[in-house]
Design a protein around this ligand. Structure first.
Ligand SMILES: [Fe+2]
Length: 237
């Protein structure tokens, strides 16, 4: 694999990249997963977050600084916590100033397979998107998102965000102990009892978008496109 011209591998539960990262530990996920008791028995990090990977390359750093964007990697290990697949805890983004819409985000799967659970903040729309290597997914404004590793290998994603959007709203998710459905073994859904409304599960496939090139390369070529897209200046869904 390569990102900004640096080649790297997934080595055990880490990446062979000389970058600092933060670990989402099982205790950090209490209140977000279906089974807190199962989380308390886990010892290993659920996933690692490599933030601001534009630091890997001076051109990438200069361009990201100019357009106020940031790129991140998320590495989720495979496995389960209780019946649930290992996944991110989930969050909503803050609003773009002066608007009623939150910042969107764009992802690409670099390795592995999994799914996105997307829940509109009105809690009336729920989408399930199966993803595999090479898929690009646009997280539209106002959708909370959870990334799930449903595969047997690690799941690695690359995302691009507006820098000012990186203060996330986790509390809305925690208040109800996750989204309205949990995804469990066998790719089945279970209703979260902390909700009283359960929308239809809209199963969708990622749309073909942008070129076949990897997101970091497209970013270097067209940063102004991502600046507009990720600050809600153009509509793309
Ligand atoms: Fe996000």
């Amino acid at each position: 694999m390569e990102v900004f011209g640096k080649s790297f591998e997934i080595e055990g539960l880490k990446l062979s990249l000389e970058l600092d990262y933060s670990s989402r530990m099982p205790e950090d996920a209490i209140g977000f997963y279906m089974d807190d008791e199962a989380l308390r028995k886990e010892r290993q990090p659920l996933y690692l977050m490599y933030r601001s990977i534009e630091r890997l390359n001076s051109d990438a750093k200069r361009i990201a600084d100019k357009h106020d964007l940031t790129l991140n990697l998320t590495l989720l290990r495979p496995g389960f916590v209780g019946k649930e697949y290992i996944r991110t805890i989930g969050h909503y983004h803050i609003n773009v100033p002066g608007t009623n819409d939150s910042y969107p985000e764009i992802y690409e799967v670099l390795s592995g397979e999994g799914a996105f659970l997307l829940q509109h903040r009105n809690m009336k729309i729920f989408k399930f998107v199966k993803i595999k290597k090479g898929d690009k997914v646009f997280i539209a404004p106002n959708y909370g998102h959870i990334l799930v590793n449903t595969g047997k290998e690690a799941l690695l994603t690359l995302d691009i965000n507006a820098r000012e959007s990186m203060q996330h709203d986790y509390e809305t998710v925690k208040k109800r102990h996750g989204f309205c459905y949990y995804l469990i073994k066998g790719e089945k859904f279970i209703k979260n009892p902390n909700y009283d409304f359960f929308p239809e599960i809209n199963k969708i496939r990622p749309k073909q978008m942008l070129s076949d090139k990897q997101l970091d390369q497209i970013f270097l070529e067209k940063p102004e496109f991502f600046e507009k897209l990720l600050k809600n200046k153009i509509h793309f869904s």
